[in-house]
Design a protein around this ligand. Structure first.
Ligand code: FES
Length: 358
């Protein structure tokens, strides 16, 4: 039987485990630079205070951006304001986090401690021990009454006190205009505007739309817009679908919104705004690929599955003298996700007219 010498110096046979391992003890303690060099400690203290200062600046940035950047009509200014608020919140949280980590790694006391396992039973002795541990922890952290790190304490307390304010900014109110009354509730669609193919912008005749076909549609003139073309497109995109008129359940009040089985619905999902673009001919279902909300085109684009809470808004259409499909008006309700406040909330969600509707 072969024998080997293990690292502890004991001989053991290969098929026989040693009876016990010797406690290797704690590794050699290496003091950090800040433990032995007061200059390094002061430098680390300034770095931690700077990180807490960064957090304070982040909070000021978030609050300042909310109150100073105009978030009324222009999407660019809303985008800029949201970016600044987000950046401010990020800096506010990151500054505290990195400051705390740097503090713990460089300045808090760095001595190894061993705590023996004890019975899980509360006793006066145990309670006193816990309180003493807590006090020791506070002293180790440099936050205790005997600590001379006033700069750190001051910057930490200020940063921690201010940081929650940055999180309150998004709760303060409307993050970008009044959705019900501003132009965000409107799209380009107007009475008599032709429905055209996306992306080339060629108009669509009713005769071109065969039963079962689906067209991706943009408003006539969209491609000629000199500014905000993408924003307008994002709001106005529509799916045009022709069903057998016998399959179509006409909704009350919408008797003249379709033409011979041709219906047009907003392509923007009412859950969180993905394009709803998967059409299943046999079932007449439109599927949103993001979270699988499913809308029944034959029945007012009502939600039959998934997290969306209201039907896709319908665009009223007609046919002009030349046989082209045109809009009768804009949508009668805001398109897209339903996170803005709605003046009226109906049980089936079909007539959520707002001040922004037509
Ligand atoms: Fe359509 Fe979520 S965005 S289901």
């Amino acid at each position: 039987m072969s024998t080997t010498e293990n690292p502890t110096g004991h001989e053991s046979t290969q098929d026989q485990a040693p009876e016990h391992f010797e406690d290797p003890g704690l590794p050699y303690h290496r003091p950090r630079r800040a433990d032995v060099d007061p200059k390094a400690a002061n430098k680390a203290e300034r770095q931690v205070a700077a990180l807490f200062g960064l957090s304070i600046l982040g909070t000021i940035l978030a609050i300042g951006a909310y109150f100073t950047i105009d978030m009324t009509e222009e999407i660019d200014s809303i985008r800029f304001a949201n970016m600044m608020i987000g950046l401010g919140i990020f800096l506010a949280m990151m500054g505290i986090g990195l400051g705390a980590i740097h503090w713990a790694k460089t300045l808090m006391r760095d001595h190894e401690m061993v705590e023996e396992r004890h019975e899980l039973r509360s006793s006066d002795e145990g309670r006193e021990g816990a309180i003493q541990n807590l006090k020791d922890g506070v002293e180790d952290s440099g936050l205790g009454g005997t600590s001379r790190r006033g700069l750190l304490k001051g910057s930490l307390i200020t940063a921690v006190a201010l940081a929650p304010l940055s999180l309150l900014v998004p709760q303060l109110g409307n993050m970008g205009a009044d959705w019900n009354t501003s132009k965000f509730a409107h799209t380009m669609w107007r009475q008599g505007m032709r429905l055209t193919r996306d992306p080339d912008g060629t108009p669509i005749k009713a005769a071109d739309v065969t039963i079962g076909s689906a067209f991706h549609v943009i408003p006539d003139g969209l491609n000629e817009l000199e500014s905000h073309m993408l924003e307008e497109k994002a709001k106005a995109v529509v799916l045009l679908i022709r069903l057998d008129p016998r399959d179509l359940k006409i909704q009350e009040g919408r008797e003249d919104w379709s033409f011979d089985g041709i219906v047009a619905y907003s392509k923007i999902c009412t859950h969180v705004g993905c394009p709803v673009a998967l059409y299943e001919q046999q079932t007449h279902h439109l599927l949103c690929p993001c979270h699988q909300s499913t809308f029944d085109v034959a029945d007012g684009a009502k939600v039959v599955f998934g997290p969306a809470k209201r039907p896709l808004p319908q665009l009223p259409i007609a046919v002009d003298d030349e046989g082209y499909i045109v809009a009768q008006s804009d949508f009668h309700e805001p398109i897209g996700p339903s996170y803005w406040s709605r003046l009226k909330d109906t049980s089936d969600g079909l007539s959520n007219d707002t001040e922004g509707g037509h």
